[in-house]
Design a binder for this molecule. Structure first.
Ligand code: PLP
Length: 392
């Protein structure tokens, strides 16, 4: 049995695995067991901001590993404090809670907004069709895609889903009983769809009228992915809280939620907690990553390369107008909506040594490469994609 067959034998089959056995990565390339190189436009699903084997990340990991792997949150941990300080300095938020994953960051925020709302008789949560907030029951309850909820009823009650970017529907859904609105600035799993300016204005105006909390899910859009450290910095308002994960740990499992001052004493001692959240190794790789990706020159390169990537995708659209319906996204979070089977194109990508995946109910190719990608590597990947589209 080869390792692919062994994997099938032992694991619950919830993942459609890529039929390539990767042994290691370097920079923006992955290498299989035969030494073949694959250009990676997926980055572990928007995780590996600095690609693979980045010396600063490895150094930080090794230094922390020599000190301790885990202490528990009974202890104040220097590396956690350094990471928290860095994040608070980089953002307008007041306090942070560290988790292991994105879905746990959402769970923590759900508890926080529920407690805040319960004290004010506000019980309803608004979320959007097509959104994705995670797989645990609370996060799945506010995920606006039927396939993630339908077989797991009953879920958390008092959630209303509004069509994405439908201002009229949103305005009729909100009221004095609205406790919180959860949104993604660019819906990732939903197909790289940006929230509209009109929708953002409606969220802000509704907040002024009904006094609810605005929560940005920055799990995919955060940590410099869209050309700002957090995506909401593109807007003229600050959410009450954000959820962060993916790129935050620099490749190790780390999530967080950050809250504004008005929320920093909602939880009492013992009302929330985690054994592993804020694991020191993950904080070490996360801190090394943040120190690089938050620099203005780094952000500028994400913006420049992202714009270049997007413009090249638009050129591709001109060459294949029947196959490419839309080009969306910002920074290095880009999507190509196609008319042909996106799954098939993804498979052809793997065969041609280009890794990306599919979002948006099977219609959109998602490109979230390591943020260190350079123009020549973008050209290399798009030349492969162009060949694939020619073959179709
Ligand atoms: C916007 C968004 N929210 C939440 C999650 C869940 O994060 P995790 O898989 O780390 O639990 C994801 C993961 O894809 C995401 O993209």
């Amino acid at each position: 049995m080869n390792i692919q067959e062994e994997s099938k034998k032992y694991f619950l089959e919830v993942y459609k695995r890529i039929p390539v056995t990767i042994t290691h990565g370097k920079g923006v390339y992955l290498y299989d067991e035969n030494g073949a190189a694959y250009l990676d436009f997926l980055a572990g699903i928007a995780v590996n901001a600095l690609g693979y084997n980045h010396p600063a990340v490895i150094k930080s990991l090794q230094e922390q590993a020599a000190k301790n792997l885990h202490l528990s949150n009974f202890f104040v941990q220097e590396i956690q404090v350094k990471l928290a300080k860095k994040l608070i300095e980089l953002t307008p938020f007041d306090k942070i809670f560290l988790t292991n994953s994105g879905t746990e960051a959402i769970e923590g925020l759900l508890k926080l907004v529920k407690k805040w709302g319960n004290n004010r008789s506000k019980t309803k949560i608004i979320s959007f069709h097509g959104s994705f907030h995670g797989r645990t029951l609370g996060a799945a309850s506010i995920t606006g895609q039927d396939k993630y909820r339908k077989n797991f009823q009953p879920m958390m009650p008092n959630v209303e889903f509004v069509p994405y970017n439908d201002v009229a529907a949103f305005n009729s859904a909100i009221s004095d009983s609205t406790c919180a609105v959860f949104f993604e600035g660019i819906s990732g799993e939903g197909g790289i769809k940006p929230i509209s300016d009109e929708m953002l204005s409606a969220i802000v105006e509704g907040k002024a009228k009904y006094d609810y909390l605005v929560i940005a899910d920055e799990i995919q859009t955060g940590v410099s992915r869209t050309g700002k450290f957090y995506n909401f910095e593109h807007y003229s308002f600050v959410p009450d809280a954000i959820a962060s994960a993916k790129g935050l740990g620099g490749g190790l499992p780390l999530g967080a939620f950050l809250v504004s001052e008005n929320l920093n004493s909602v939880f009492d001692y013992g009302e929330h907690g985690t054994t592993y959240g804020g694991n020191p190794l993950a904080c070490a790789t996360g801190l090394a990553t943040l120190e690089i990706v938050s620099r203005p020159d780094f952000l500028q390169s994400v913006n420049e390369n992202g714009l270049y990537f997007k413009n090249q995708l638009k050129e591709l659209q001109k060459n294949f107008p029947d196959l490419i319906k839309d080009v969306r996204g910002s920074g290095l979070m880009l999507g190509l909506e196609v008319t042909h089977s996106a799954d098939k194109i993804m498979q052809m990508g793997i065969e041609n040594k280009l890794i990306f995946n599919v979002a948006g109910a099977g219609t959109t190719l998602r490109f979230v490469p390591p943020l260190i990608i350079e123009k020549k590597q973008i050209d290399e990947g798009l030349a492969i994609l162009s060949e694939i589209l020619s073959d179709i």
